[in-house]
Design a protein around this ligand. Structure first.
Ligand code: FAD
Length: 533
């Protein structure tokens, strides 16, 4: 073959560029290796009260989460004993500049679903090791409050505040989660219709930002940081202390379940209850798909109001909707509480034979999911994959959603609860980072599914994931205005769509509080810049 001078020049150019590129890439690799190999020693030299652990076993432990699907090994785990341990570590990494690949993830109780508390090759901060400040309940103020470490578990806060006859107002369904972990999302449960999510019940925070600064903030003081961090998916700083609002705690809870077969009646009652003053203290609901013998199971813990009628009731595989209510009371107020409950129930349109109730202590009510955890653990069914999907759905679209999703997509008995309950948007602060639908009332619909390991059937991971995908595609296609709660996306384009008009603010806040994108890499919103200047 003959080459024209032009094509020869072209070929030389190509060879030159190839050679140059290879040379450049190998320089990068050497530089990166040098950088990587010197990182542990530079971290090891940090003067800390706590310690950094580089041991393989502990790295493996923090590369897991409740979702059981994503595993990224960090380079080190920090067990802080003080806030300055956290600040010093982050400042050190910040000062390394953009040429270091190191990132930092706070790990609360590791109950994320898709690796959100992990940091591949980075530093994971075990927030539960941070025991300062010691929990302190302040009763002289109105409202009373408790100061807690960001790594504190909500169950411990419950026990400590109860010693003073007080408790936080807003909860999650499960209490073995940390303050920092739930405040980074929102913290939603059956009290949210009344008090808002947990992020609406915090007065002050102490934050270590992505540059290693320790900053105190509240709505009035450093308000921009305060609101950024609440619902901020760990992107703007590490929550090291939180001041949580308290209220007088009841001793007992009347816990009620009633069933509906008519979705319209079910949502009408739910919406009426959350819009009226002084009805119940907790309002949730769940969907029952294709189940038989359901009420027999309930009988183990709930009493039917009319045992004869209840025993005749057959669910026959129908889709049913359970309204779950709770009324708090103290023992001496039992008669008044019963009367109030009866009045409220008399205005509802549930199937009369399906009224079940029980009375439990406040602690047993709030810690109810832990009982299931213990049972599932004993059967080896807790540490399985959890392909959960949590959605926030505008009230105007909930019927459309239910018709398609509960009618066509979810036709099998789901392997885990499907929660559905409305909340009032007025109880959410629109200055925080959390993304919610536009309407005054929106529903939380939570598909809390467990997958049976290595099953290829309808209870297997693949099937559940494809079902979730169909649900999301339907929401997208039908423009329902749905937002994911505990959101998970793979591309920045999807994150932009999730945040919508809030994206610019989110971006701007990131550039101020974590300019190198060091924090919470497991959320996959930003990638730490690597330049080789
Ligand atoms: P992790 O999983 O450890 O962390 C979550 C995210 O927050 C990560 O990005 C992490 O880097 C970041 N983070 C952790 N700590 C801090 C900190 N101190 N400062 C800054 N960022 C931090 N949620 C609800 O709203 N309502 C519910 O009813 C509810 N029930 C649940 C029940 C179960 C069984 C489970 C497993 C989860 C439930 N969740 C619920 C979801 C839960 O709120 C989130 O998964 C939460 O993130 C878990 O808290 P964690 O302490 O395990 O956080």
């Amino acid at each position: 073959m003959r080459y024209s001078p032009r094509s020869l020049v072209g070929k030389h150019n190509i060879l030159f560029f190839r050679g140059f590129t290879m040379f450049f890439l190998s320089c990068l690799a050497i530089r990166l290796n040098l950088c990587l190999s010197s990182i542990p020693s530079s971290l090891k030299s940090l003067p800390l009260e706590g310690h950094l652990n580089f041991d393989e076993v502990s790295l493996r432990n923090v590369a897991k989460d409740f979702g059981n699907r994503y595993q990224y090994h960090p380079m080190a785990v920090l067990h802080p004993e003080s806030v300055s341990d956290i600040a010093a570590t982050i400042k050190h990494i910040w000062l390394m500049g953009p040429s270091s690949h190191l990132t930092v993830a706070a790990r609360g109780h590791g109950h994320s679903l898709q690796g959100q508390a992990q940091a591949h090759g980075g530093v994971v901060i075990s927030m539960e090791s941070l025991k300062v400040p010691e929990m302190q309940v302040h009763i002289g103020n109105y409202p009373p409050y408790v100061d807690v470490s960001g790594g504190e578990l909500w169950i411990n806060i419950l026990h400590e505040t109860l010693r003073h006859g007080l408790a936080p107002r807003s909860w999650t369904d499960y209490l073995h989660l940390t303050v920092g972990g739930t405040l980074s999302n929102a913290g939603v449960s059956g009290q949210a219709f009344k008090h808002g999510p947990q992020i609406s019940n915090v007065q002050q925070l102490e934050i270590v930002t992505g540059t290693g600064e320790v900053v105190n903030c509240s709505a009035e003081h450093n308000g921009e940081l305060f609101h950024s961090v609440l619902g901020g998916l760990g992107q703007f700083g590490i929550i090291t202390r939180a001041r949580i609002v308290l209220e007088p705690a009841p001793a007992m809870v009347k816990w009620i379940r009633v069933l509906y077969s008519d979705f319209t009646a079910f949502t009408r009652d739910q919406e009426r209850l959350i819009s009226s003053e002084n009805t119940f203290d907790y309002i949730e609901g769940f969907v029952i798909i294709n189940r038989t013998g359901l009420l027999n199971n309930w009988r183990l813990s709930f009493n039917p109001q009319d045992p004869v009628q209840a025993s005749i009731f057959k669910s026959d595989g129908r889709t049913l909707f359970c309204l779950e209510l709770a009324k708090y009371f103290n023992v001496e107020e039992i008669d008044a509480a019963n009367q109030e409950v009866e009045e409220h129930l008399s205005r509802l349109s549930y199937i009369p034979s399906t009224l079940f109730s029980t009375e439990v202590t406040f602690v047993d009510f709030l810690d109810r999911v832990h009982v299931s955890e213990v049972k599932l653990r004993s059967k080896g069914l807790w540490d399985v994959p959890h392909p959960w999907l949590n959605l926030l759905i505008p009230k105007s679209q909930i019927h459309n959603f239910a018709e398609v999703v509960f009618g066509n997509i979810l036709t099998e008995t789901s392997n885990g609860p499907v929660l559905i309950y409305p909340v009032n948007k007025s109880k959410w602060d629109n200055r925080t980072s959390v993304v919610i639908p536009e309407e005054d009332i929106f529903y939380l619909v939570a598909f809390l599914t467990s997958a049976v390991p290595s099953s290829n059937g309808t209870d297997g991971l693949e099937h559940i994931l494809s079902q979730n995908k169909r649900i999301l595609e339907f929401c997208e296609r039908s423009h329902l205005g749905v937002k994911q709660y505990l959101p998970h996306y793979n591309t920045q384009q999807e994150w932009r769509a999730h945040f919508g008009p809030q994206w610019e603010t989110f971006l701007q806040r990131k550039s101020v509080y974590d300019p190198l994108a060091i924090l919470a890499p497991g959320q996959r919103i930003f990638q730490k810049a690597i330049t080789f200047s």
